[in-house]
Design a protein around this ligand. Structure first.
Ligand SMILES: Cc1cc2nc3c(=O)[nH]c(=O)nc-3n(C[C@H](O)[C@H](O)[C@H](O)COP(=O)(O)O)c2cc1C
Length: 138
């Protein structure tokens, strides 16, 4: 069954050096797994939206969770989906700017800009709003 899994984690070191490595993994591996999605990184917190077949997501998330480049990986949402939100993207990286921060704040009014504290019920809609509205960089 096709599902999505959204988690948040904290980078263990300044993430600028890790991001190209992580994206390279995604580019090399995710297409062959049929995994698509989005990776956001803000102030040392990752939020990743993964979509793919259940068994594949289990295996991939087990490997991601063990990665020493981050810690505290916590699943915010996992559920079956009828279709993908990100069919074209093996993994896209979002860099935050004023516009995307405003989108974040529209989902969590008054909250600190802390992705790790994002409410589980808003994590997936937030990421889908970001894809529609924010400026994207590879
Ligand atoms: C935040 C984060 C997101 C990652 N996302 C993916 C991903 O979507 N696909 C992937 O193949 N590896 C991803 N990785 C890398 C994996 O955690 C892992 O390093 C890689 O799959 C190699 O695992 P292995 O050494 O167990 O084979 C990610 C790592 C981090 C820190």
């Amino acid at each position: 069954m096709l599902s999505r899994l959204v988690y948040a984690s904290r980078a263990t070191a300044p993430h600028q050096a890790d991001l190209p490595v992580i994206l390279q993994w995604c580019e090399d591996v995710n297409p062959s797994l049929g995994v698509t999605g989005l990776l956001c990184c803000l102030d040392g917190v990752y939020m990743q939206y993964l979509e793919g077949e259940d068994a594949v997501l289990d295996e991939l998330f087990a490997s991601i969770r063990k990665d020493s480049r981050h810690s505290g990986a916590t699943i915010l949402e996992r559920r079956p989906i009828p279709q993908r939100a990100f069919p074209q993207w093996s993994m896209k990286l979002m860099e935050w700017d004023e516009r995307s921060k405003a989108i974040f704040q529209s989902f969590s009014p008054g909250a600190n800009l802390d992705l790790y504290a994002t409410d589980a019920s808003t994590a997936a809609p937030l990421m889908r709003a970001l894809i529609r509205e924010a400026d994207w960089k590879l």
